[in-house]
Ligand binder design. Sequence first.
Ligand SMILES: [Zn+2]
Length: 437
Amino acid sequence: MKIEVPTGYNDKKLTDWLNEMTPYIKQISAVAPYMKFELEANFHNIDGSEGSQTCYDCEGSGEEYIEETNEYDDCSTCNGYGTLDAFEELKTRIESNLPDSVLDNITFMKAYYDSSVNCELTFTIKTTALAQVVDVIKAFTDCADGYDTNNAGFHIAVLTDKNGKYPCDTLLDENKLENFKYNVTKILPAILYASANHGTTRSLYYRQLQISEQKYSAIHIIRGGFEYRVFEPCLDNPEKVFDYIKVIANTLKYYSKRKISDKLAYTLELPGRLADTDYTKTSIKSIFQDINNLTILRKTMPYVDKDLPIKITLSDKQLAKIQHKQYIKAVAKYQAHLQDIQDSIRARIKRDYLDYLEYQRQSDRLRDLTKITAQEYVDIQNNKKYKPESLLTTDTVDKKDLYNRVAEYHRNRVREYHIDEFMRSTSKIEFKIEGRV
Ligand SMILES: [Zn+2]
């Protein structure tokens, strides 16, 4: 197997590169002889969905000066339109930027408008020529007169068809697929970490942490292959692709009939916030400075890329501190919530009690009780100033009994849960903080 090497590497660097990358490229080649890349970006020189750009020859005038006749004629580059089909033009320019040694390994290439960004380049390349993807990325961004990757994806598909056809007629092997899904699902958080570029990661909406036939999955099962949608665009840092290649190789080895008895017996609980649908960029660090997420990351990273350092410099102690602060905040919020419940119940009791007093006054049935004002009643509930016994000479009542009598009187209006809620809200609230910080 001949592995194409990256351009611009000196002998020393090349040897290192070959030593490092060859096993991964072989691993992928064994499953998928071709790979399909989708590069997305917003090119500032492309005019939205029209996909037109100002003609670079006549700068939009549509005319060119002909020396022989000393006259102006239609620009021959844009035929007088002043604009060019941006995507035809883009493809032509990319191809002219690439040597034949690269183009020979590319079986398909198309540039077009994509709804999430204004420019997408899709191409299929021989797996053994993966290194040349770096050249294609550079040729692509060289055509941009400034670009950004807001909303952009960076998708890499492995194609099992021997000619790189996509979509292809050969379906994936069910047993192998099951093994792949079973194992790789467990390491998705570490894959997410390895997929970040410069520590940033976008919304997970278009690449939810799952492996499925649904398009918006971190790993999307396609006809005759897998589309890795999890990767962060790295157009500014093309050699990051080699890290992605490792992730693909290390996950593809689970596409195997052999049931891998792995050490991944890890119950994975994806924290809710990983499933956000926010479009803004997020720091990968902020996701993993959660002690639970970090623990998962540390345990599963070796299965994804054993050489990639986990650049989260917070110590366990610092992490515990962050957790502790978050916990204290949550407790305070919960206590405030309980206070609100208690306040509203007190207000309700007061109202009920005033009704009760009126009833008693009219029926003259319980004189002693009528001595209590509504405020005193609330104070009794709070166990502040009065003991019920000091006010109620006819009966010995405790505050619960008193409340029950009010409630009984208002049986039609006071529902059972009033009592439950009241008792719950007045019972002492205790929070146990686990561990020491
Ligand atoms: Zn022109």
